[in-house]
Structures are given as structure tokens and as C-alpha cells.
Write a protein that binds this ligand. Structure first.
Ligand SMILES: [Zn+2]
Length: 149
């Protein structure tokens, strides 16, 4: 494995601490609008980028290409343990394998279907639970799904 100096990394600025970091001050400005787990996807990713310890290699293939934050559970939790640094090819590959359709993963679709099968649960309860529209739930249950929700 070829070693690359940290200064050669294109996204190094993201990891700089303090005033030298172009993101300095910007995160604090976002804080008042921070709504915990309901915070927008973009805000969460920004927060993860600023809080997750830096790595120099893709956590999957160990390459030193430009790295992206990748969500592990598919639920976009505000938890740095739920994210990993992946190079772009590994990130796309993982999302395809997981079957991301919009925000919903195949795993979540499976959960929704099995909960519904067990009974005692309405489609609108599932919608609330997963933060989805009832029509989305109904499409998941009917397996009438296109690539996008
Ligand atoms: Zn990779």
C-alpha cells in the first residue's frame, strides 16, 4: 500500500481544527436550528464530518481516494458510530447492495413487512414509526415499488 502524506489529501481542510478550518464557526451557527434526530440529512452529514475522527484511508478498501461520509444503518442517526468514511466507489457500491431506495433500505422495508404481517399494527402506525408517508408504506407492503419513493 502506497503511503500518502496527509497534506496530499484533497479533503484535508475538512479535518483541520480551529480557525484555519474553513468550516470554523459555521457549525456553531447551525446549532440553534439543530433538532436532534429530526435534523436534516445535510445538517447531520455536516455534523458527522466535524465530529467523526479523521481517517486517511477508505474504511472498506483502504484506498486513499477522496472520502465521503457513509451512513451504516440507513437511518441517518445523529451518532458518529453510525457512519464510516468510504471512497466514492465503495460508497456507491454499498448503497446499491443495501438496496437504498430513497431513504428506505431493504432492511427497513423487510422490517415494515414483517411487522405488518404479525398484525395488530396499522399502516399509519408504521408510517409514524418510520417517518414515512402512509402511501409509501402501502407501496412497500404491496411491493409496488419503483426505484424512488
Ligand atoms: Zn473504498
Amino acid at each position: 500500500m502506497e503511503k500518502i502524506k496527509i497534506n496530499d489529501l484533497p479533503n484535508q481542510s475538512l479535518f483541520q481544527k480551529g480557525k484555519k478550518n474553513p468550516m470554523y464557526g459555521k457549525v456553531d451557527e447551525l446549532s440553534p436550528s439543530w433538532k436532534g434526530d429530526d435534523a436534516g440529512y445535510q445538517a447531520i452529514h455536516l455534523w458527522v464530518r466535524n465530529n467523526k475522527p479523521k481517517v486517511t484511508h477508505c474504511e472498506k478498501c483502504n484506498c486513499t481516494k477522496k472520502l465521503e461520509i457513509s451512513n451504516i444503518s440507513g437511518k441517518n442517526k445523529r451518532d458518529i458510530k453510525d457512519y464510516e468514511w468510504l471512497c466514492i466507489p465503495c460508497h456507491r457500491n454499498k448503497d446499491n447492495k443495501k438496496g437504498f431506495i430513497g431513504k428506505v433500505t431493504k432492511k427497513i422495508m423487510g422490517e415494515i413487512r414483517s411487522k405488518y404481517k404479525k398484525g395488530n399494527v396499522f399502516q399509519r402506525d408504521l408510517a409514524d414509526q418510520y417517518g414515512l408517508n402512509q402511501s409509501t408504506i402501502s407501496r412497500i407492503l404491496n411491493k409496488k415499488r419503483s426505484r424512488y419513493i
